[in-house]
Design a protein around this ligand. Structure first.
Ligand code: ZN
Ligand code: ZN
Length: 181
């Protein structure tokens, strides 16, 4: 089943949660983590992930009760706000990962020469950089939408200081961000 997450997020805005696996509407859902590639279809943030069909990352997935037991998801039950908090946290941890990767991990990942330590990812592997950069942009856009969701309801964004710390860290390593001032 092909999931339109934009539609799903619109549904959430309209105060109903729908299961991405069977399409049923519920008041609460189960959120948890799965690594299987098939779970990419039930993982809200995988829509912007480049691996998609073969994504074996640990993914936050959301499912209704019966689908969760079908696929052995060890999830916790959340309502709409709980789901948005989980999504916000997932967005943040993915953004922290891309930050760490851009800052340093890519050098180990690509096993680059110690002589090339001063080079940047975009100079060494432009295509990989482009992939990482569009993933980060996608995450930042989702972050912005989630933030707006909290604002529009007059709900406090949990741990609001996270955002400015992220912005400073990204700027410090020489990149721009949609989440800046
Ligand atoms: Zn379902
Ligand atoms: Zn993915």
């Amino acid at each position: 089943m092909q999931i339109d997450w934009q539609q799903t997020i619109n549904d959430i805005l309209a105060k109903k949660l729908s299961c991405p696996r069977c399409g049923s509407l519920t008041d609460d859902v189960l959120v948890g983590y799965l690594r299987t590639p098939e779970a990419a279809a039930w993982a809200p943030l995988c829509e912007g992930c480049t691996k998609r069909e073969s994504c074996d990352a640990r993914k936050l997935v959301v499912l209704c009760d019966s689908c969760a037991s079908d696929v052995r998801l060890r999830g916790r039950r959340v309502d709409e706000e709980g789901f948005m908090v989980a999504l916000l946290e997932e967005c943040r941890s993915n953004l922290e990962e891309t930050l760490d990767y851009l800052a340093d991990y890519w050098r180990e990942d690509l096993d680059i020469d110690p002589d090339e330590m001063d080079k940047r990812l975009e100079d060494v592997e432009p295509e990989l950089f482009e992939e990482e950069d569009s993933w980060r942009r996608y995450l930042e856009e989702q972050y912005g939408k989630i933030h707006t969701w909290f604002r529009q309801r007059g709900l406090a964004v949990p741990n609001p200081g996270w955002r400015s710390e992220y912005v400073e860290d990204i700027i410090a390593i020489g990149y721009t961000t949609l989440l800046g001032d």
